[in-house]
Design a protein around this ligand. Structure first.
Ligand code: SF4
Length: 324
């Protein structure tokens, strides 16, 4: 059995939905954030490294359409992706529904005109959505429509400590509203948050799984340059997780997650020069392989302590997908 047959990856979800490979393209719209511009507060979350997020292409002056074309041209020269016909617009950095409805309408008009685009995934904060914005996103003529919320934790004391500027209840209401409008909902969760232990993280995982979510993005908390967290790390009040600790925790979390929920990510991408600690954050492949190997060794899979206790459902799924 291949190790990735132990959970429902987002790539598999996309292939299952579209009957063919779908490649994500990360786009940078520079939508800003109310937690940084003074609307909620200045400075943002304690870990926020806004300069390090996104592809950086917007900083080079490329519009969303130009960024899209840049990646299409790059993929057309790649042996692995040159035959890919379906692409997903991933609005990753900042809070992409922040601002007026008009601003979001400009974005959705742009998305609809992107060549070979079969869907979108729009990342945002839970406090940056309302009925009108969600209705607009849900009305787009795409087969795949995701919204991703930065939830991070379902513990208010943690959210306060990391200066998120929204509560766990706000996250819950945003998920319910987006689901009501028919969007697929992904929640981002962070392991190793200050003041949290493993039980707190697993409790957050269980809490979000009681909501109508369709995807989860799991990652560890990294210390980046020029953040409040950097100060905490340097004065010893924040100690990042060790790789082994993170791998163990994710292997405890996946069994709790129902089998229909797509795992968008098992660990975050490295922040390159912006990263201060932990060093293992640069070894994404190593971390993923560690998680897959440990799941395999321990005879666990996603959902084995939830909806699929006795039989791993992914072997049949991946075999079907490999024939596509
Ligand atoms: S919500 Fe995102 S962009 Fe805003 S301050 Fe927090 S991490 Fe930074």
């Amino acid at each position: 059995m291949k190790p990735h047959y132990l959970y429902y990856s987002f790539d598999a979800w996309l292939k299952n939905r579209h009957g063919a490979k779908v490649q994500k393209i990360s786009l940078d719209g520079r939508f800003g954030c109310p937690n940084r511009d003074g609307t909620i507060q200045h400075g943002g979350c304690t870990f926020c490294n806004a300069d390090g997020s996104g592809s950086g292409l917007m900083q080079k002056g490329l519009s969303i359409t130009e960024q899209w074309q840049y990646w299409l041209d790059k993929f057309a020269k790649s042996d692995r992706l040159k035959n890919t016909k379906n692409f997903l617009a991933y609005m990753q950095s900042y809070s992409n529904t922040y601002g007026s409805l008009e601003k979001l309408k400009n974005l959705t008009d742009t998305l609809q005109n992107l060549e070979k685009c079969v869907g979108f995934s729009v990342g945002t904060r839970p406090d940056c959505v309302d009925e009108e914005k969600l209705r607009l996103l849900a009305s787009l003529p795409f087969q795949t429509k995701w919204i991703e919320f930065g939830v991070q934790s379902m513990h208010d004391r943690t959210l306060e400590r990391i200066r998120r500027g929204h509560s766990a209840e706000c996250s819950k209401q945003a998920v319910l509203l987006a689901h009501k409008h028919g969007l697929n909902v992904c929640v981002h969760l962070m392991a190793g948050l200050p003041g949290e232990n493993s039980a707190d993280f697993l409790n957050t995982v269980q809490e979000v799984c009681r909501l109508p979510i369709d995807g989860v993005k799991l990652h560890g908390l990294y210390v980046c340059k020029n953040t409040k967290l950097e100060e905490e790390y340097k004065n010893g009040t924040y100690i990042p997780m060790q790789e082994e600790e993170y791998v163990n925790l994710i292997c405890d979390a996946l069994p709790l997650i129902p089998s229909h929920i797509a795992i968008h990510r098992l660990t975050a991408d490295s922040q390159g020069d912006e990263l201060i600690a932990p060093g293992w954050a640069k070894l994404k492949g190593h971390v993923v392989r560690g998680i897959e190997s440990l799941l395999f060794q321990e005879g666990k899979w996603q959902g084995c302590q939830n909806d699929v206790p006795s039989e791993n459902p992914y072997t049949a799924l991946y075999k079907k997908l490999e024939r596509l």
